[in-house]
Design a protein around this ligand. Sequence first.
Ligand SMILES: *Cc1c(COP(=O)(O)O)cnc(C)c1O
Length: 362
Amino acid sequence: MTGLDFHRHLNLQAKSPSERDAILANPGFVDHFTDHMVDICWSETGGWHRPRIQAYGPIELDPAAAVLHYGQEIFEGMKAFRHADGSIWTFRPDANARRLNASAVRMALPELPVEYFLDSLKALISVDAEWVPSSPDMSLYIRPFMFAKEAFLGVRPAKKVAYYVIAGPAGSYFKGGVAPVSIWLSEHYSRAGKGGTGAAKTGGNYAASLVAQNEAYANGCQQVLFLDSVEGKYLEELGGMNVVLVYKDGSIVTPLSDSILPGITRDSILQLAEERGHTVTRRPVSIDEWREGAANGDIVEAFACGTAAVVTPIGQVKAKDFTIGSADAEPGELTMSLRQELTDIQYGRREDTHGWMYRLDA
Ligand SMILES: *Cc1c(COP(=O)(O)O)cnc(C)c1O
């Protein structure tokens, strides 16, 4: 264990067991939050200090807090799973900790020691374990985040920063079974640029994606696909999920670019595929390659992946002047079997031979 000693201020208005059970019976997708949150302060002079567990609730911020003006903020997204014996586990949290720190470096925020990150997750579970659902396909979504809280309107990295962890129960992302989505090809807006913040998990990337997301909705699509900002030709990713294509010879290709967020779900899925003998290639993939490959039968499946929805089959891509695939396509066979293998590991239904699972309640 580390030197972090969390001060506990328990929530005196915590939900009763029956209120909590009512929420867990029908949680939606993080429509509710647990009773507590964790926070740790950082200052340039004092480093990380004052680790606390406190009641979930509003954060008091000075109106001049730098995050509100300049968006110096990063986050992570992960899940806690309850196994059949009642124990609580999360998936590859060391990878999330390292990615948080990579994001921190890019956004000029302080790095959080990996042990502090792991301890912060355990601290929250130590008080909110009852919030981890036990139904299959449900989980507790965990959202660690860090932001500039110094009250200062000058433009420079903040000297005071806060790190928080909040969580809320998540039902199955797809009500009524995993269904292929239609995605809109954004030809006008980019999500991230060369040398920009695309590889950092930072709110600004999401802010930049919303107008394109609205365009997707207006065109009857659930998600938006972005292309590279230089040539407008190569696949990047969706607003919050990575993209993977499957070829008819069983090989798998995923876009390579330094403005893509390196997803842990994608990394894990591709590792599972490689272990099954599939050739996995990370290289630039153009939208024309997808278009032609789907038309001539070379590309047989496509999916998006990320922690929230795990694996989402892509039925069709709609662009202003063309369409790839079809909205009522069946989910791909490999897509669904990789999804199953990954979720079986996460829920403890299959042996974790990679050491990916990390126990949070012990
Ligand atoms: C978080 C995120 C992903 C998926 O990453 P996972 O680690 O698989 O959850 C993909 N793209 C963006 C932009 C993201 O923010």
